[in-house]
Design a protein around this ligand. Structure first.
Ligand code: HEC
Ligand code: HEC
Ligand code: HEC
Ligand code: HEC
Ligand code: HEC
Ligand code: HEC
Ligand code: HEC
Length: 334
């Protein structure tokens, strides 16, 4: 009887239950990382992190039994927290570094061993198909970083070996994603020493070249460097062909217009997600924290519009339900 009166609930309740379950499943997937789940946490601590995981570490002279404290140089420090929350959290340090590093001081030959490339492990592996590593690699090989540095540049120059997480997919806040993505570039383009590792050229200051933008600081906090500096790509989520500066986006309307390039770059992931989850294309307009003049409508007006539609629906729903409840029972046999 109740089902005949409220058939809607029959559909809505299981739907809500599955949505809820799906949400929980996602949370547990992410929660799996962490030192407490790693098979190698103890070994890593013993072999490497007792020195590299600390800013002050101890060395001992096994012959005399003396020990003393030393400072770990910042660039050789590996934060255990960030490491165990990165994509390669489950690894032993020795999966990527050779056994030779178990000896201290580390021998000279350990430093000349060629390491793995991303493609060695991820290329042509269906498990990681969604990232399209092969296509990223092809785009990267056309980038100025690859062509201008004769092999000194690798994927690791941008992707921190110990801390990387796919930001666009995993970072809740768009601002955070932008900040960390840009840090990958400024880490080098803002630091002559790091730059010196890959080129003999003088480092030029990046900011003055962006003063054609009104309020450059604000723009550089609201879009990623790669949104202007890479060739747009239909096939991968994050385009990787960094072009020479004279091909960069330099026109305001590329972003500040109805078909803003940002929908195919910065907002690509959230646009796709909101299409999948919420079923409407411009869902990203409500969830991202930027207001791009010309590209999205006023948040206030959009929200008011939504509210009006919602109220109409609520009213119509209530009306229907009450019609069903208070429906006069027809007396057929009178
Ligand atoms: C006793 C402390 C100590 C332990 C244990 C230790 N290291 Fe080191 N490691 C250092 C210090 C200090 C440096 C910087 C001086 C140097 O380069 O030799 C260093 C440098 C390095 C470097 C940089 C080499 C380069 O070419 O710049 C790597 C890579 C490294 N260690 C990896 C490891 C790994 C992997 C382990 C574990 C298997 C490990 N280390 C264990 C103290 C340690
Ligand atoms: C997924 C592979 C991978 C794992 C796992 C890994 N490393 Fe590394 N590590 C690298 C690569 C690649 C480099 C060189 C980075 C570069 O060229 O910029 C590196 C560099 C280093 C350096 C030199 C400083 C630096 O950051 O460039 C140290 C020290 C180091 N690793 C320690 C460790 C320790 C300790 C662990 C375990 C907690 C570990 N690594 C786990 C790939 C790895
Ligand atoms: C030595 C092999 C190896 C190398 C080198 C390597 N990876 Fe991985 N990577 C793995 C494995 C194995 C996992 C799965 C780890 C886990 O969750 O236990 C993984 C996970 C990932 C993930 C998360 C995949 C997912 O959906 O869970 C990303 C993204 C990733 N790696 C990117 C990279 C990038 C970028 C590079 C190069 C800068 C790289 N990897 C280098 C082996 C490797
Ligand atoms: C010039 C810097 C740079 C270089 C070099 C680089 N990347 Fe990236 N990569 C980025 C930035 C920036 C992002 C965006 C941050 C994010 O969403 O994780 C990214 C994102 C990614 C992602 C995540 C894409 C997704 O679908 O979520 C993968 C995988 C990746 N890069 C692999 C590679 C591989 C493989 C190489 C080498 C062939 C490489 N990258 C070289 C800067 C670089
Ligand atoms: C490890 C250092 C390093 C990192 C990280 C890095 N770059 Fe570069 N970049 C270089 C070097 C070196 C060159 C110069 C190549 C040349 O012209 O010799 C360059 C060139 C460029 C150019 C071309 C400049 C011109 O004069 O035409 C652009 C644009 C650029 N990088 C953007 C980026 C962006 C965007 C990122 C982050 C996604 C990034 N870079 C990350 C080192 C780096
Ligand atoms: C709004 C688009 C836009 C954004 C965002 C942007 N750039 Fe640029 N960038 C340009 C343009 C256009 C030029 C060329 C300016 C010129 O010709 O004077 C340029 C120039 C450069 C150059 C060449 C500098 C030189 O002296 O040759 C580098 C390197 C660079 N940008 C890196 C970056 C980095 C790193 C970021 C992120 C922090 C970034 N850009 C963000 C558009 C952008
Ligand atoms: C790569 C895309 C991109 C390009 C190119 C671009 N903008 Fe923007 N612009 C943005 C985004 C994203 C914001 C939102 C900033 C925020 O929310 O803080 C913005 C914000 C603004 C604002 C509002 C800032 C404020 O203080 O309220 C103005 C004005 C503006 N842009 C003008 C311009 C002009 C003029 C140009 C060309 C010279 C330009 N933009 C080029 C992406 C872009």
């Amino acid at each position: 009887m109740i089902f005949r009166k409220f058939p809607l609930f029959v559909f809505i309740l299981p739907l809500l239950a599955t949505l809820n379950a799906a949400g929980q499943e996602q949370d547990t997937l992410k929660a799996v990382r962490g030192a407490e789940h790693s098979l190698y946490a103890d070994a890593n601590e013993q072999n490497c992190l007792r020195c590299h995981g600390k800013l002050v570490y101890s060395i001992a002279d096994t012959v005399t039994g003396q020990s003393r404290k030393e400072l770990m140089a910042e660039h050789n420090f590996v934060s255990p927290d960030a490491y165990y929350n990165s994509v390669h959290w489950s690894f032993s340090c020795l999966d990527c570094h050779s056994e030779g590093f178990r000896k201290f001081p580390h021998a000279i030959e350990t430093r000349f061993e060629t390491g793995w490339s991303c493609l060695d492990c991820h290329g042509y592996d269906p498990t990681y198909a969604k990232y399209k590593f092969e296509e990223i690699d092809a785009e990267y090989q056309k980038s100025i970083h690859y062509t201008a540095t004769e092999g000194a540049f690798t994927c690791w120059q941008c992707h921190d070996a110990h801390y990387y997480r796919p930001l666009a997919r995993e970072t809740g806040s768009q601002r955070d994603n932008i900040f960390k993505s840009n840090e990958m570039c400024l880490h080098c383009h803002g630091n002559p020493d790091i730059m010196g590792l890959v080129t003999e050229k003088e480092l030029t200051m990046v900011l003055p070249r962006h003063e054609w933008l009104p309020d450059p600081d604000r723009h550089l906090a609201a879009v990623r460097c790669i949104d202007c500096h890479t060739r747009m790509s239909d096939s991968v989520l994050v385009a990787h062909e960094v072009m020479s500066a004279d091909s960069a986006v330099n026109s305001c309307v590329d972003c500040h217009s109805q078909n803003s390039i940002l929908m195919g770059t910065l907002y690509k992931y959230s646009a796709k997600e909101s299409r999948d989850q919420e079923g409407f294309i411009n869902g990203v307009i409500f969830s991202n924290d930027s207001y791009v003049i010309g590209a999205n409508r006023s948040k206030f007006i959009s929200l008011t519009g939504m509210l009006v539609i919602l109220l109409v629906l609520v009213f119509a729903g209530a009306h229907t339900i009450f019609r069903i409840i208070i429906r006069p029972v027809k007396k057929y046999y009178e």
